[in-house]
Design a protein around this ligand. Structure first.
Ligand code: DQA
Length: 143
């Protein structure tokens, strides 16, 4: 069975209470449970990791090299400025799919810049929690 890591960055542990008009009312726990079921039905095993710390995210990204076939990453605000996360993804020669719940291109200007898109296989934004399951579908095609 193929194995995928679903990685969430800063403030995504606050889903459900965090600006629900933008991010919805689902908690990260319930979204992860849905992703797990969705992936399982497609013969993909998922692990989940969330951190508010850049270094912890980087250390987890490195594990994709030896432990996973691909990764779904919502790097939160780090998306827009973390060259360290970009470089970590570039170290790991496995497909990463960048996801965002909100349509980052229709929001503030700083969110229109992603420093990780270039090192990801594709980017999916603006479909709420479906962005994650769409990323699973994309990985299913390529791993
Ligand atoms: C986000 C968009 C980012 O701009 C923001 O900083 C987040 C969440 C999203 O999923 O829409 O934390 O990645």
């Amino acid at each position: 069975m193929k194995k995928v890591l679903v990685l969430n960055g800063p403030n995504l542990n606050m889903l459900g209470v965090r600006e629900p008009e933008i991010y919805g009312f689902d908690t990260l726990e319930s979204i992860n449970a849905e992703i797990l079921e969705y992936a399982k039905a497609r013969d993909i095993e998922c692990d989940f990791f969330q951190s508010n710390c850049e270094g912890e995210l980087i250390t987890k990204i490195h594990t994709v090299l030896t432990e996973y076939d691909g990764c779904v990453i919502n790097a939160g605000a780090y998306t827009h400025y973390s060259y360290a996360i970009r470089d970590a993804i570039a170290c790991v020669h496995k497909p990463f799919i960048e996801v965002h719940l909100s349509d980052v291109n229709a929001r503030e200007d700083f969110r229109k810049i992603s420093v990780i898109t270039e090192v990801c296989r594709s980017a999916i934004a603006g479909y709420g929690k479906r962005s994650y399951t769409m990323a699973i579908d994309t990985l299913k095609e390529i791993i």
